[in-house]
Ligand binder design. Structure first.
Ligand SMILES: [Zn+2]
Ligand SMILES: [Zn+2]
Length: 281
């Protein structure tokens, strides 16, 4: 049997205008119908993360605020889908996954959040994988959204088994080189950015040896999107292709992508079906 690429998408995601990313999923999942028809691609409806589990990585105080938000359900489905995908990839039920997301992601800290993401995806994944597979499970998180992943960083600190490499606007190395920020430059090119991926991420995972790679993939860095750093649409395909290939070499292809920032419909609809093609090839 061919290895399965799981695509997590909930119909709620195409029905609302979400903070920051707007209604960029309005034509999904139809737009990826061709990919979803392929034998080794499976469309999965994400489950809600339980409130008990949310309290393992958000404070009581913050939880009492976030549960009153209008987009709370979308955030819970996003984290629930990512956690389910991560566990099933580790269990080898799925080979890799593309998890669509709204209202949850890298700006949610334990006790505070901003920027369109109100529950932590990384918090959910780290907590569940440590529970299921031991607190020494090695997880690499690559963040190529345009903005600093303050929430992911806040939640990863203290976890020596988690490598967090965040491509943003400052150069930072903390916690013995397991928590990194890379200044990716405001006016960059596909080539320059991919070179930084080699030196700052690929090289690091060769020694860190993660058991799974989590990729927070925003397309706000693209020309024509709100966090524009000068990247083309093709850049995202080259990036995924590179990380996927490396994941096959070092962690049996265990690779999970979670969509992040970007609101440009044209870019969103161009890259995501093609990303499935790359994951499933
Ligand atoms: Zn962003
Ligand atoms: Zn950063």
């Amino acid at each position: 049997m061919k290895p399965i690429t799981a695509v997590y998408f909930h119909d709620l995601f195409n029905k609302k205008i979400w903070d920051i990313i707007n209604n960029k999923f309005q034509n999904f999942p139809q737009i990826m119908q061709k990919q979803l028809n392929s034998q080794n691609v499976k469309l999965i409806k994400p489950p809600l993360i339980s409130e008990k589990d949310i309290l393992k990585f958000h404070s009581d105080n913050y939880f009492n605020q976030v549960k009153r938000r209008w987009d709370y359900k979308g955030a819970r489905l996003t984290v629930g889908g990512c956690v389910d995908a991560a566990v099933k990839i580790m269990d080898t039920k799925y080979h890799n996954a593309l998890c669509f997301g709204v209202a949850a992601g890298h700006h949610a800290e334990r006790n505070y959040a901003w920027g369109g993401t109100y529950l932590s995806v990384s918090g959910g994944i780290i907590t569940k994988l440590e529970e299921r597979f031991g607190s020494d499970i090695r997880i690499a998180i690559l963040d190529t959204d345009s903005h600093h992943g303050n929430g992911t960083r806040d939640i990863c600190l203290g976890h020596n088994n988690v490598l967090h490499v965040c491509f943003c606007s400052s150069d930072v190395v903390e916690e013995n080189g397991t928590k990194i920020c890379v200044d990716s430059g405001y006016k960059t090119t596909d080539e320059k950015y991919l070179k930084l991926i080699e030196s700052e991420f690929i090289k690091r995972i060769e020694t860190f040896k993660p058991e799974i790679i989590i990729h927070l993939l925003g397309h706000d860095t693209a020309q024509g999107d709100y966090g524009n750093r000068g990247l083309s649409k093709e850049f995202f395909l080259r990036l995924v292709h590179r990380i996927k290939k490396k994941s096959e070499e070092i962690c049996y292809g265990k690779y999970l992508i979670n969509t992040h920032g970007g609101s440009n419909l044209d870019i969103c609809e161009y890259i995501h079906p093609r990303i499935i093609d790359i994951l499933a090839e």
